[in-house]
Design a protein around this ligand. Structure first.
Ligand SMILES: Nc1ncnc2c1ncn2[C@@H]1O[C@H](COP(=O)(O)OP(=O)(O)OP(=O)(O)O)[C@@H](O)[C@H]1O
Ligand SMILES: [Mg+2]
Length: 351
């Protein structure tokens, strides 16, 4: 998986674009060469659909203004993707290549002509003659729209990946391979979407998207106080710097994050009841909404497991002028997906 040069990671989220460029040195040490952040106007991307492509192209052009390297790894929104873990008889890679379309037909509720299929063997169970395969189907239209925008901004898209897997990549690069006897839960909470990825026996064992995130908190504050979205957003992020935050704000935040923590708890309970695996040993949270400590506390309270923020700076330390330290510190939680994408290479072999 480690052939070739690192691609530049480009995470086009519904609230902002994040860009990360890594450099790998001999011996495995990495440095972060560039981190860029560009906020997008609201309604740029709605439910995974690009509504304002001009804003995205403009943002990309700005972020890549002084960038030489333009081979990029893009993130596609979970709105248009289905991920399934399936069990198949043991077979060779060549046999699997032939079989996979037929398998996808059984498991994917989209028209196969409209989706891009990808797969990865998670584990071989030779004693049972079976293997677990992760099947991913993403709508071609959404991928095409996204890559077209990147091309319009003079970028060269090489790879498309998903939040769940890029966060996992960043986690493994920063914290080491997950111990096979541990169940680790990675939760990524952005503006519009929350993604859950449960790692067991060292690999993805369960993923789920929840259509809830930071936007919901902002909307509830806006409604409760009868204020604008901008004001609500400023209060949510700790006040507007001019005065105290009204006392309703922390109350609304705790109500909304508790709902989200409840959804997460239900997913974990379902997984634990059906997988037969061990208890969760660790939960790590990333994405902009991970800045809200009340969310981490609510997950900890409901799931009764230690919850910590995922620190993407463990992947690579900033080096040089283009890796703005103050920006990185302010936006660390939001940098995780871009960092995970920046770990991808231009020449990769299937594991
Ligand atoms: N300091 C902070 N406190 C509270 N919330 C924050 C803070 N910083 C960012 N956020 C919230 O995090 C969200 C943005 O996070 P992120 O950049 O991960 O989302 P995105 O990638 O744009 O969206 P998505 O992937 O869901 O489409 C917004 O809802 C924003 O209000
Ligand atoms: Mg995001």
């Amino acid at each position: 998986m480690s052939e070739g040069n690192n691609l530049v990671g480009v995470d086009i989220g519904s609230s902002s674009i994040k860009v990360a460029e890594l450099k790998e040195k001999r011996g495995g040490a990495r440095s972060l060469q560039y981190f860029g952040f560009h906020p997008l106007p609201s309604e740029t991307i709605v439910d995974g659909h690009i509504m304002n492509s001009g804003a995205i192209v403009e943002g990309l052009q700005k972020l890549f203004h002084k960038q030489k390297r333009r081979d990029v790894a893009l993130r596609v929104s979970g709105h248009s993707v289905i991920i399934k873990k399936i069990t198949m008889p043991q077979m060779t890679t060549a046999e699997l290549e032939e079989q996979i379309t037929w398998e996808a037909e059984q498991h994917i509720p989209f028209d196969l002509a409209e989706v891009e299929i990808d797969w990865n063997v998670l584990s071989q169970r030779a004693d049972q003659g079976q293997m677990d395969v992760l099947l991913v189907a993403a709508k071609k239209e959404e991928i095409n729209d996204l890559t077209q925008l990147a091309i319009e901004a003079k970028l060269k898209p090489r790879v498309v990946d998903l939040d769940a897997f890029t966060v996992q990549n960043a986690f493994e690069a920063g914290y080491g391979a997950p111990p096979p006897d541990q169940t680790i839960v990675l939760i990524h909470v952005g503006a519009s979407l929350t993604t859950l990825n449960i790692l067991a026996e060292g690999t993805t064992s369960f993923t789920r998207d929840i259509a809830n995130g930071g936007n919901q908190i902002t909307e509830e504050i806006q409604r409760a106080l009868g204020i604008s979205a901008e004001e609500a957003e400023a209060y949510k992020c700790g006040g507007d710097g001019r005065g105290l935050v009204p006392r309703e704000v922390p109350e609304v935040i705790s109500q909304v994050v508790d709902q989200l923590a409840g959804e997460i708890q239900r997913s974990l309970d379902f997984y634990l009841a059906t997988s037969g695996g061990g208890d969760v040993s660790r939960v790590l949270v990333s994405g902009g909404t991970a800045n809200i400590r009340a969310l981490l506390d609510a997950i900890e309270r409901r799931c009764r497991v230690p919850v910590e923020p995922l620190d993407p700076m463990r992947v690579a330390q900033p080096e040089g002028k283009r890796a703005d330290l103050a920006l990185l510190q302010a936006r660390a939680a939001q940098a995780t997906v871009a960092m995970g994408l920046a770990l991808r290479k231009d020449r990769e072999k299937r594991a």
